[in-house]
Design a binder for this molecule. Structure first.
Ligand SMILES: [Zn+2]
Length: 854
C-alpha cells in the first residue's frame, strides 16, 4: 500500500512546516458487541498551523473507508484525496481546521483498536495499542512522535461499559443503550501514546497522594482493571502496592510531579507485548493476572514491568524522542529503571539485579552478535525499521550501558542529569545530544567519546583474565584482555574467589578498575595468592561477555553451584551459557553443569532460565547423535529434582513444568498422565489449570492425548487461556494432519486473532517433530514475500520468525536460507533482517554442534 511505510525524511519534512494545536477525536463503538460489525465510526478534527501557506501535506489513516474530508470549510473528495494510507490535502492556510470522517476497522491483530469476545461470558472488550504507528488505524493523524498535541477524545459505547482514556472523563451522557464519554484534553503528547479502553472491565480503585516541595498536595487517582471473568484471580492490592512504592520512588528521584493526572493500569486480552506506557492509561498483557500458581519470578517480572512503564511517564511521555532513531532514549532508561526501581523503591524483589544480569542481558548478548546488530542509537529510516527495533539492543543492551554509565559518572550525577532533562524538555522532543548535555553538566565529564564508544557502535566485547603466578603460587601478573571490533572503556570489578571452610566459593578480594584498550594490568592483584576463581565483571557493572582462565573454568566445572553469592553465581551461569552458544563449551558439558547444580540453584528466576537454556542446548546445540540421550538425561534430572523439591515450593513447580517440557519416555509420560488423572501425586504439587495444560501439551506432543480428552479439558476450561492452550495442544500432535492444519490456519487465512496465530506456531514447532516439519522448509521460503505484503507487520513478523525451519539444523537449511537471501536482494529490509537473524541462529547452532561432536 503506497505511503504505509512513513519515512524519516517525510516526517522531518512535515514537522518542518507544521505545528499541531490539537485534535478532537470522536469514536462510536456501539457496534462492537455485534461480531458481524467490522467497523466503527471515527471522526477527527485537527487544528494545525502551517509556516508555508499554500503548501500541501498529508495525514496518516488506515481505514476501510473515508466518508468525508473538510479543510477550512472546503469539501474534499475522498476518492481523489485518500489513497488507502494517507489523506492528501493542499492549499494549506496559516491556520487550518481539517475534519476527516472514516469507518475504521476493529482489529484482531492487536494493532489499532483490538476487539476481543470473552468465551466465558460473551462480553466484548476493546483496547488500543499504537506504538510505533497504529493510531492511524483508529483516527486520522500526523503519525510521528514530534508532532505533539493535546487530544480530546469523545467515545460513544454500550451504556453498561466503562471507558477510559489518557485523561479523566468530564461528562457522561446516556441515550438509550449508548453512553457518550467526553474526556478532558490531554497534555501535549505524541500520537502513539494516546489510548482508549472500553468494555465491562472490572475495576479496583485506589488513590495516591503526596506532599510536594512547594507545599501543595499531588493527588493521583489510581485504578487497576481486568476482564470481569478474571476478577476472581486479580490481586489488585499487590499491583497497586507496587504502584505506590514506585510513585514515591520516582518522585524522589525525578523531582518532577507526575504530569498526567490519574493513573490507570489495564490488563488486556491478546496483547502483543508486555505493556505500553500510554500516559495515565497503561496497558498490560493480561497473562500478568495469574490464574494458577506461578513462581515468584513471575511476580518480580510483573513488578518490574509496572515500574518500567511508570518510569516512561517521565522518560518517553513527558520527554519524547524526536524520531525512532532515539527510541533507546526512553526504552533503555525505562528498562534500567525497572530493575533499579525494584531495589530503590524497596519492593520485596531484592534480586532484581540478579535477574537483570542473568536474563535481561542474555537477550542483549544474543541480539548484539547477530549480523543485524546496530548501535544503541540507531539509523531508523522508516516505520518498518522502527517496528523491528524494539529489540535486545534498544532495551537490554541500552539498559546495561546505562548501568555502566551510572558506574562511570556516579548515580548522583546521573539522576541530577535526569532531573534537569525533565525540566528542560518537558512536553518536548529530544535527541542523544540533549541527554549528553545534561549529564556532562552534572558529572563534569566529557561524555562524547564515551557515547561514541558505547552508544554509536555495535557489538559486545569479551573480557578474559590472563594470570601468571610464581613458584609459591602468588600472582605475578593479572591482566584483563579485551576483544571485539571496537574496544571500549569499561568500569569493572574483579572478584577473586576461594573456598571457605564449608567448601563454599566466596569472594576474598574485590578490585575495581577501569579497563581500556586491548590489555589492562590489574596492578592491585600482584602478590596475592592465586585464587580458585577469577570472576571479571563481578557485580555486573559493565556490559561484556565474561571469559575465564583455564584454572577458573576447572573450578566452575567442579563447583559452579558452590558460589554462595546469588549475583556472582548468576554471572557464572550466564558466562558458561555464552561459552556454549559460542561453540567454546560442548553443549553436553553445559547440560551436565545444569544437571549437577541446578537442583541447588536458590534463585528461582535463574533456575527457570537454566531450564530454558538446557533444553535449547539439547534441541539445537548438541550433536544430533547425542540429542536423544541428552533429552533423556534432562527428563530424568527433572523427575529427580521434582521428587526432591520442597513440597509446595516455587522450585517444585518449576521442576514440574520442566518435566512437562522434557518428558519423552514411558516413565515420565506415565507420571504426567497420572498427575492429570489424579492417580499420581507429588506431595505439595497442586495440579492447577495452567499446570494441567502444560501436562496435556507433553502428552499431545508425544501423541498420547486423545482428541476427546483435549476437548474435554477445553470444556472444563473454556476461557481465553484455555482456548489458546487447546489450540497449541492440537498443533503439537505428531501427525502430518495436525501440522498441516496448524500451518494452513496461520498461512492460508487471516481469520485467526494474534493469540491463536502464536498458539498454532508454538504447537507446530515442537523441536522433536523435526522430521514432520521438514516438509515445510521449502514452502516457508516461497511464502515469505506474500506474507510480508499481505499481513499486518505484527502478524508477518510472527510468521516469518516462528515458521523458520530452525529445527532442521543441517547444512541444507542453511543453504536454502542463503539461496533466498541471495535471490531476494530487493525484499523489504525488515523482512530480510528477520530471515538473516534466523539464518544466523542456525549457523550458530551448527558451530555449537561441531564443538559438541569434537
Ligand atoms: Zn518501555
Amino acid at each position: 500500500m503506497p505511503g504505509k511505510n512513513l519515512s524519516r525524511d517525510e516526517a522531518q519534512q512535515r514537522a518542518s512546516i507544521l505545528a499541531v494545536d490539537g485534535y478532537r477525536v470522536r469514536l462510536d463503538v456501539t457496534s462492537a458487541p455485534d461480531p458481524a460489525a467490522a467497523v466503527f465510526r471515527s471522526t477527527t478534527t485537527v487544528a494545525f498551523r502551517c509556516s508555508e501557506p499554500g503548501a500541501a501535506t498529508f495525514l496518516d489513516l488506515l481505514a476501510p473507508a473515508v466518508r468525508s474530508i473538510t479543510l477550512n470549510g472546503r469539501t474534499i473528495d475522498p476518492a481523489t484525496a485518500y489513497d488507502g494510507a494517507r489523506v492528501h490535502v493542499d492549499g494549506l492556510a496559516a491556520e487550518n481546521v481539517l475534519t476527516v470522517e472514516a469507518d475504521c476497522a476493529y482489529s484482531r491483530t492487536g494493532e489499532g483498536l483490538h476487539r476481543f469476545t470473552d468465551p466465558v461470558d460473551g462480553e466484548t472488550y476493546l483496547y488500543t495499542h499504537y506504538e510505533p504507528a497504529d493510531a492511524r488505524r483508529v483516527f486520522a493523524t500526523f503519525e510521528q512522535p514530534d508532532l505533539k498535541a493535546p487530544f480530546t477524545f469523545t467515545v460513544t459505547a454500550p451504556a453498561a461499559w466503562d471507558v477510559r482514556s489518557n485523561a479523566v472523563h468530564e461528562t457522561v451522557t446516556t441515550e438509550g443503550a449508548a453512553r457518550t464519554w467526553e474526556f478532558a484534553p490531554t497534555k501535549p503528547i505524541s500520537t502513539y501514546l494516546t489510548a482508549v479502553v472500553a468494555g465491562p472491565y472490572h475495576v479496583a480503585a485506589d488513590h495516591y497522594s503526596r506532599e510536594l516541595a512547594d507545599g501543595t498536595t499531588l493527588d493521583v487517582p489510581l485504578a487497576a482493571l481486568c476482564r470481569k471473568s478474571l476478577a476472581q484471580y486479580f490481586d489488585a492490592d499487590e499491583i497497586l502496592g507496587v504502584t505506590k512504592l514506585g510513585l514515591d520512588f520516582f518522585h524522589e528521584e525525578f523531582d518532577y510531579p507526575y504530569p498526567f493526572g490519574k493513573y490507570d493500569q489495564v490488563f488486556v486480552p491478546e496483547y502483543n507485548i508486555g505493556a505500553m506506557e500510554n500516559p495515565g492509561c497503561v496497558t498490560f498483557k493480561e497473562e500478568f493476572v495469574f490464574r494458577s500458581k506461578v513462581t515468584d519470578a513471575a511476580y518480580e517480572s510483573r513488578a518490574n514491568v509496572i515500574l518500567h512503564e511508570m518510569a516512561h511517564m517521565w522518560f518517553g511521555d513527558l520527554v519524547t524522542m524526536r524520531w525512532w532513531d532515539d527510541l533507546w532514549l526512553k526504552e533503555s532508561f525505562a528498562d534500567f529503571m525497572g530493575s533499579y526501581g525494584l531495589i530503590g523503591a524497596r519492593t520485596r524483589y531484592s534480586s532484581a539485579w540478579v535477574t537483570f544480569a542473568n536474563q535481561r542481558k542474555a537477550w542483549a548478548y544474543r541480539q548484539d552478535q547477530l549480523p543485524t546488530t546496530h548501535p544503541i542509537t540507531a539509523d531508523i529510516r522508516d516505520l518498518e525499521a522502527a517496528k523491528l527495533n524494539f529489540d535486545g539492543i534498544t532495551y537490554a543492551k541500552g539498559a546495561s550501558v546505562l548501568k555502566q554509565l551510572v558506574a562511570y559518572v556516579g548515580s548522583k550525577a546521573f539522576f541530577e542529569g535526569a532531573r534537569r532533562y525533565f525540566k528542560r524538555h518537558a512536553f518536548g522532543n529530544t535527541e542523544l545530544t540533549d541527554l549528553l548535555d545534561v549529564l556532562e553538566e552534572t558529572s563534569g565529564r566529557d561524555l562524547r567519546s564515551w557515547a561514541a564508544a558505547w552508544l554509536q557502535t555495535a557489538g559486545v566485547n569479551s573480557l578474559t583474565p590472563q594470570l601468571t603466578t610464581d613458584a609459591a603460587g602468588r600472582i605475578t601478573e593479572l591482566a584483563v584482555v579485551q576483544d571485539g571490533d571496537v574496544l571500549r572503556p569499561h568500569r569493572i570489578a574483579v572478584g577473586l574467589y576461594d573456598r571457605d571452610p564449608d567448601g563454599a566459593l566466596v569472594r576474598s578480594e574485590r578490585i575495581e578498575l577501569d579497563v581500556t584498550g586491548a590489555r589492562t594490568v590489574v596492578a592491585e592483584a600482584v602478590g596475592r595468592p592465586r585464587p580458585a576463581l577469577v570472576l571479571l565483571n563481578d557485580d555486573d557493572l559493565t556490559y561484556c561477555k565474561i571469559r575465564f582462565d583455564p584454572d577458573s573454568l576447572e573450578t566452575l566445572r567442579a563447583g559452579l553451584g558452590d558460589i554462595r553469592d546469588d549475583l556472582a553465581r548468576a554471572l557464572a551461569w550466564s558466562a558458561v551459557w555464552n561459552l556454549t552458544r559460542d561453540g567454546l563449551m560442548p553443549a553436553r558439558d553445559y547440560v551436565a553443569l545444569v544437571l549437577r547444580f541446578a537442583g541447588r540453584e536458590g534463585n528461582i528466576g535463574v533456575l527457570q532460565s537454566l531450564h530454558l537454556q538446557a533444553k535449547t542446548a539439547v534441541d539445537l546445540y548438541a550433536d544430533p547423535a547425542w540429542r536423544a540421550e541428552g533429552g533423556r538425561r534432562l527428563a530424568d534430572g527433572a523427575l529427580h529434582e521434582l521428587r526432591a523439591a520442597v513440597p509446595g515450593s516455587d522450585h517444585q513447580l518449576a521442576w514440574a513444568r520442566f518435566l512437562a517440557q522434557t518428558a519423552g519416555g514411558a516413565e515420565h509420560l506415565g507420571l504426567v498422565r497420572g498427575l492429570l488423572a489424579g492417580s499420581a501425586r507429588i506431595d505439595g504439587l497442586d495440579v492447577d489449570q495452567e499446570l494441567r495444560w502444560a501436562l496435556w501439551l507433553a502428552l499431545a506432543a508425544a501423541g498420547q492425548a486423545g482428541d476427546e480428552e483435549l476437548a474435554g479439558e477445553l470444556a472444563a476450561d473454556n476461557t481465553a487461556s484455555g482456548r489458546r492452550q487447546y489450540t497449541q495442544c492440537l498443533a503439537a500432535r505428531p501427525t502430518p494432519e495436525a501440522k498441516a492444519a496448524a500451518w494452513s490456519a496461520v498461512v492460508d487465512s487471516d481469520e485467526l486473532p494474534n493469540a491463536l496465530v502464536e498458539a498454532n506456531i508454538a504447537g507446530f514447532s515442537v523441536a522433536a517433530h523435526r522430521d514432520l516439519t521438514a516438509l515445510y522448509a521449502a514452502p516457508y521460503f516461497k511464502l515469505l514475500e506474500r506474507v510480508w505484503s499481505e499481513r499486518t507487520i505484527e502478524i508477518a513478523m510472527r510468521i516469518v520468525a516462528g515458521f523458520f525451519p530452525r529445527a532442521q539444523t543441517g547444512e541444507p537449511t542453511l543453504a536454502e536460507a542463503d539461496a533466498w537471501l541471495d535471490g531476494h536482494p530487493q525484499a523489504a529490509p525488515a523482512l530480510r533482517r528477520l530471515v538473516l537473524e534466523c539464518r544466523d541462529d542456525l549457523a550458530r547452532a551448527l558451530r555449537a554442534q561441531a564443538c559438541d561432536r569434537a
